[in-house]
Design a protein around this ligand. Structure first.
Ligand code: ADE
Length: 231
């Protein structure tokens, strides 16, 4: 899978993506992540990416043209259509915005089946609405709060998707086999590891007995009872 990130802060990604399991996944060739500096797609000498809002108002708006330029370089709208529409094609152009559809596990499962994800990270007060209307296949929010830009949402989405890619994380096949529901949700239950007793605030905190029993039927029942399906 290829992930292309359009941002004015590519450095934000360098450190994080160079550290975690995601860096390993990239070395293994499971995932290829590339950042693109939005300012490189401007054509004035100050590399302007923002301008004042039509109709007046506070703050600045991210311009559509540099984003159009970046998408062209990434191979988009090579000619007739200037909207990325096909739902069949395995490419998604995702704009992060607090006004978007809520990001969910199901969405991550669907994105993990694509061959390319293009993330557009907003900054400033807003992004020219034509990006959402005419370019993005999906406008996505990671939650009902307003961040300063789309970079952290993009990282959140990368983590959620990368762990689902076969071969990306050590046990991803186990994850896919056992803990993904038919509808693309993910089953989470409490887990413990050794030792079976630890002392916390002067009291013994024990692992539930059933997990030490070796009785797999009972263990499965216990897990089912304590599970939360993340959808
Ligand atoms: N940009 C600013 N806030 C955001 C949010 N909550 N989700 C996605 N993109 C954002």
């Amino acid at each position: 899978m290829n992930i292309d990130i359009i941002t004015i802060f590519p450095e934000i990604f360098d450190f994080y993506l160079g550290q975690s399991l995601i860096s390993k996944a990239q070395k293994k060739g499971v995932l290829k992540i590339k950042t693109h500096q939005l300012r490189d797609f401007t054509n004035d000498k100050h590399n302007t990416v923002d301008d004042k809002p039509f109709g007046g108002g506070r703050g600045m708006v991210l311009k559509a043209e540099p984003i159009i330029g970046a998408l062209k370089v990434l191979g988009y709208f090579g000619g007739r259509s200037n909207r990325v529409t096909s739902t069949k094609s395995k490419v998604k152009v995702i704009l992060f915005s607090p006004r978007g559809k809520k990001f969910t596990q199901k969405m991550a499962t669907n994105w993990a089946k694509q061959s390319q994800l293009i993330f557009i990270c907003g900054r400033y007060e807003a992004i020219d609405e034509r990006v959402a209307k005419n370019l993005a296949t999906d406008v996505v929010s990671i939650g009902d709060y307003v961040l300063m830009g789309g970079e952290l949402p993009a990282l959140v989405a990368i983590e959620a998707v990368a762990r689902l890619l076969p071969g990306a994380v050590g046990n991803s096949e186990a994850l896919i086999g056992e803990r993904i529901t038919k509808t693309g949700g993910f089953i989470e239950y409490p887990q413990y590891t050794r030792p079976d007793v630890v002392e916390i605030k002067g009291k013994k905190a024990r692992v539930p007995k059933v997990l030490l029993s070796g009785n797999h039927k009972k263990i499965d029942e216990w897990r089912a009872k304590h599970s939360k399906v993340i959808e």
